[in-house]
Design a protein around this ligand. Structure first.
Ligand code: ARG
Length: 581
């Protein structure tokens, strides 16, 4: 149980005694430590219905609450209840954390199955920065959800079907370089796609050829299907290399093509059930008129007023669309996987698409908790969409390569003793970690400016800073004559820096679940930075190796716990910790 949960249940019993009924209290970490550790506004919220003064009600609650040895409480301002955890309670809590591999985190996700739809690049198109964000945020949300007890299915819904294959098929047949394909399939497919795309712009006959290749593929032509399958296979192999490097794992790769056979039946069912109707030859889902127009995803405001904004599920030429596939995907996830929730980690531009399919799915009776976890764009230092020198969107691999290179240079400068394979491995851990951390520490909805120097700084709000903090802690243990065991150690908290460190260590189990309230990994990155800073202040104020027993062991145990918490927290962000750097 976290300290917050402990206080909450004591406050709940007091409220029940005073009010005569069970009411869930409001209680949260205090914004300002001068008032205490935790604050409740329940007396203020409940005073109105009790027709009493908030401070009077607050006093009645204080008279009833049993805080035991946990905390002291006082009333502040208009009726806030402020709680200060006693140092002995922090010490006891730290002792319990030392025995707990979960470091005090609860498992609120037990019994909930969630499908996380993330990464989802399009085959034969380069992964752009949007896919980087999706991959990194999605992976971290999967790790956190799993840690919190959710039953997670990570699904890579790759774009492996679509009009781009007309061009790829034509390019494959006419200008593919097989050696280049073997060496780097994604780059070669992208090259072929781009070249055909460019010549189709100049020459309408090329476009026609591409269209007929696509029609043949869709009609099941054996040659084209075989090429398509090969394209998918090589692309998957190429993608898997990137995911391995990033340490990102999927349980499934059910791409768009997986749902192809289900689409005709789906459209028929929609028409039969009156969920969709014909309009200019296309089959569309329209507004059902139950929502205010401002909230209705099937309405759009233009100069001439409110207009229909239907989701097309079958084009007049019989083709199916992104929305059709996504509806089939929802059905599959609900009916076959029994998902309770589906999280889509996809950029802001697809907001309308998801609002439409979520509503269509609900009308269809596919009920679940569907969330579009949207994110903004990554900008270059000129505040424009990040591009490479040749003007292309920056690919994921470019970012990783450069990050690792820069990390290698920084490490060589800082610690020239590190050489060869070890130095390379550390650069990989530090460079990839820095790219992930820079991404995860942003408010996901805002566009952010990508700045290499800021991202790799050893001092600053970066993962190298956290990794380095952990390396420093681990080096304390290397200086001991014998192996240190934190088992059964009594924690003694005297100095304010020690108490503050114990306070932050106790917060870990409270912060991690908060991340999933609004899918914000930056709450965890902020927490880890705060923890590292608290550790450094502690380490300055409280000598560890030079102190006498029993203080020495207590301080070592706090070091151990800080290290475990940093490693676990970084692990939940998908970031590893080197032993040295
Ligand atoms: N492939 C799509 C894109 O690159 C993202 C797919 C997201 N997932 C989904 N179920 N629609 O834009």
């Amino acid at each position: 149980m976290t300290l917050l949960q402990n206080l909450e249940s004591r406050l709940a019993s007091a409220l029940e005694k005073v009010l005569g009924e069970a009411i869930a209290p409001n209680i949260a970490p205090a914004a300002d430590l001068r008032f205490g550790d935790y604050q409740s506004n329940s007396a203020m919220v409940l005073a109105k219905r009790q027709k009493t003064n908030p401070r009077v009600l607050a006093q009645q609650i204080l008279d009833e609450i049993d805080l035991g040895e946990l905390a002291t409480a006082k009333i502040d301002g208009p009726g806030f209840l402020n709680f200060t955890i006693l140092p002995a309670a922090y010490a006891a809590h730290a002792e319990s954390l030392l025995k707990d591999p979960r470091l005090g985190a609860p498992e609120p996700g037990k019994g909930i199955r969630v499908v996380v739809d993330f990464s989802a690049p399009n085959v034969a198109k380069p992964m752009h920065v949007g896919h980087i964000r999706s991959t990194i945020i999605g992976d971290s949300l999967c790790r956190i959800a799993r840690f919190l007890g959710y039953d997670v299915i990570a699904d890579n819904h790759i774009g492996d079907w679509g009009t781009q294959f007309g061009m790829i098929l034509h390019g494959w047949k006419t200008l593919l370089d097989h050696d280049a394909l073997a060496a780097d399939p994604i780059t070669e497919l992208v090259r072929v796609y781009r070249q055909v795309n460019a010549s189709a712009k100049d020459d309408p006959s090329v476009l026609e050829t591409c269209k007929s290749e696509l029609v043949k593929l869709q009609a099941g032509d054996a040659e084209n299907l075989a090429i398509w399958q090969q394209c998918i296979n090589v692309s998957k192999t190429g993608l898997q290399k990137i995911y391995d490097r990033l340490d990102v794992r999927f349980d499934h790769w059910l791409g768009e093509s997986f749902y192809n056979d289900m689409l005709p039946g789906l459209v028929e069912e929609f028409v039969e059930k009156g969920l969709a109707k014909e309009s200019n030859g296309a089959i569309c889902v329209f507004s059902d008129g139950t929502k205010a127009q401002e909230q209705d995803p099937f309405k759009v405001h233009r100069e001439d007023g409110w207009n229909d904004n239907p989701a097309i599920i079958r084009k007049a030429d019989g083709g199916f669309l992104y929305a059709t596939t996504d509806l089939a995907t929802i059905k599959y996830r609900i009916d076959e996987w029994n998902a309770d929730q589906v999280w889509y980690v996809v950029g802001v531009p697809q907001q309308l698409h998801f609002r439409q399919i979520f509503e269509a799915a609900e009308r269809w009776g596919k009920t679940g908790d569907f969330r579009h976890i949207a994110f903004g764009s990554i900008l270059g230092e000129d505040r424009k969409l990040m591009k490479t020198r040749s003007g292309d969107n920056v690919g994921l691999v470019d970012v990783l390569e450069e990050s690792v290179e820069r990390a290698a240079a920084a490490i060589a400068e800082k610690n020239p003793d590190l050489q060869g394979k070890e130095a390379e491995e550390i650069a990989e851990i530090v460079g990839i970690g820095a790219a992930k951390f820079a991404e995860l520490s942003q408010n996901r909805l805002t566009d952010y400016v990508f700045a290499w120097d800021r991202m790799l700084a050893l001092q600053g709000d970066t993962s190298p800073y956290l990794q380095y903090s952990n390396v420093r802690i681990r080096s304390i243990f290397r200086k001991l004559d014998s192996e240190f065991s934190a088992e059964g150690i009594k924690i003694i908290l005297e100095k304010p820096e020690e108490i503050h460190l114990a306070r932050l260590l106790a917060r870990f189990g409270e912060v991690v679940p908060l991340v999933l309230e609004d899918y914000r990994p930056n709450l965890l990155t902020n927490y880890l930075l705060e923890l590292a800073r608290a550790f450094h202040s502690y380490f300055e104020a409280c000598p560890v190796l030079k102190s006498e027993e029993p203080v020495k062991s207590s301080r070592l145990a706090l070091c151990e716990l800080s290290s475990r918490t940093l490693e676990k927290g970084l692990g939940l962000l998908g970031i590893r910790c080197p032993e040295r750097m």
